[in-house]
Write a protein that binds this ligand. Structure first.
Ligand code: APR
Ligand code: PHB
Length: 402
């Protein structure tokens, strides 16, 4: 087999890239280790920045998103049980759309089938060759046998545990990492959301989040210890703790239903630099992880592949590698800003095991300042709805120095 761009991984990064390249007439093959059902079944976040919605619209993938997505013009913060609203639309002119990643994946896969994109599932033991030369290739094994795929460029969209990032020599790849000393225990339940917009709660006991998937399906999270297990949290205990952290005003409107998809996720910040080595280009979780507090993971995957697709389109149109050469710095400039926002929002809202009374007072004082300052709310809102793409002319000199 031969193609122009081999895409490793059919998560949001790989699938949006495949659609962007297909729309530009660039041939690609997506190679995925799992089945479609597995990838589509993974429960992840579901807050789309305006820029992400615009990309899906540009690709003609926004039919269901427009009819089923919930447009949120604001978000709520609760502090020790008392909440206030941040009017993101008034402060920034933009909104977010709540639409589960599972739905995004279904739309991407359905359209891939109807548009004839080439996807290979159940590809095991994938290996990359000659990424430092100009004729890279992949090998992998499918139920049909050993496969070889020659290409011009490899897009490593294979998530945090994939093979792509590990193919960059250890003396080249710099990694930056923070593990947080807590996790999120999340549940889905088929009851209407307590509040029609999200509530991010900071409480002396820890963080909580009231989110949703639709008008009839709620998604709730509470901060828990990393050593805790799902079995430690029967539904009754979960609901009591959630209600305490959200506060009596919100708890009064909260309906308790049987939970499903109860699971614990760790929180981590991670960036690998550079995002390019030879003919291998990383995008999405393969290059970086954010804690879920800012809901940036999926949106960053999309902004990476928009920038990568622009570089590839210019490469195939002109033969110039300038765009490809600039991709890593351009993508990282935006990645680091989202990392900063996700770290800041996580640090502000969670209970850290080693935190002193002073540290908690600092959190509460910052939240009180946020509740009364239009300037502080604007900072939060413009990060939350999504920062613009870094200019194609390259990041600023400040970003280049970093
Ligand atoms: N060969 C082929 N495919 C692989 C391999 C491999 N060796 N290793 C991993 N993959 C596949 C995974 O099975 C997965 O489907 O790559 C895909 C990576 O998808 P994600 O982990 O979702 O990463 P990404 O597309 O960057 O999306 C980032 O989506 O999943 C969320 O939390 C994530 O919000 C973040 C965003
Ligand atoms: C979710 O609905 O799963 C969700 C929403 C917002 C976040 C994280 C997760 O910040």
């Amino acid at each position: 087999m031969r193609t122009q761009v081999a895409i490793v991984g059919a998560g949001p990064a790989g699938m949006v890239l495949a659609h962007l390249l297909n729309a530009a007439g660039i041939a690609c093959v997506v190679v995925e280790r799992r089945t479609r059902d597995y990838v589509e079944g993974r429960v992840r976040a579901g807050v789309l920045e305006q820029g992400t919605v615009d990309v899906l619209a540009r690709l003609g993938l926004d039919g269901r998103l427009r009819s089923e997505g919930l447009v949120h013009t604001g978000t709520n913060l609760a502090v020790d049980g008392e909440s206030f609203r941040i009017d993101m639309a008034a402060l920034t002119g933009a909104a977010v759309t709540v639409y589960g990643q599972q739905e995004v994946m279904r739309d991407l896969f359905d359209a891939a089938e109807s548009r004839g994109l080439t996807l290979v599932y159940e590809a095991e033991d994938l290996r990359l060759y000659d990424i430092e030369g100009t004729t890279p290739s992949l090998t992998f094994r499918t139920p049909q046998g050993e496969q070889h795929l020659a290409c011009d460029v490899i897009a490593g969209c294979d998530g945090f545990h994939g093979v792509s990032r590990r193919s960059i020599p250890a003396d080249v790849l710099k990694t930056f990492e923070r593990d947080y000393p807590f996790g999120w225990l999340g549940i889905l339940t088929d009851v209407p959301p307590a509040v029609h917009e999200l509530v991010y709660a900071s409480h002396a006991n820890g963080f909580a989040l009231a989110s949703m998937r639709s008008a009839t399906r709620s998604r709730y999270y509470i901060q828990c210890g990393i050593a805790e297990r799902v079995e430690d949290w029967p539904d009754a205990r979960f609901w009591d703790e959630l209600c305490l952290r959200l506060g009596p005003g919100i708890a009064a409107g909260l309906e308790r239903g049987p939970s499903f998809e109860k699971s614990i996720a760790p929180l981590r910040s991670f960036v690998g630099e550079p995002m390019r080595w030879g003919r291998l280009f990383l995008a999405g979780d393969a290059a970086h992880i954010v804690p879920p507090t800012g809901a940036k993971g999926l949106n960053l995957a999309v902004s990476d592949v928009v920038m990568l697709s622009e570089a590839l389109i210019s490469f195939y149109a002109t033969g110039s590698e300038a765009g490809l050469d600039g991709y890593s710095a351009r993508a990282l400039a935006r990645v680091w800003k989202a990392e900063r926002f996700s770290w800041w929002f996580t640090s502000l809202m969670h209970r850290f095991p080693e935190a002193s009374g002073f540290d908690r007072r600092m959190q509460v004082a910052e939240l009180a300042y946020l509740s009364g300052s239009r300037a502080a709310q604007t900072v939060l809102a413009e990060n939350y709805v999504g920062l613009p793409l870094t200019s194609a002319a390259g990041p600023s000199s400040l970003e280049l120095r970093a």
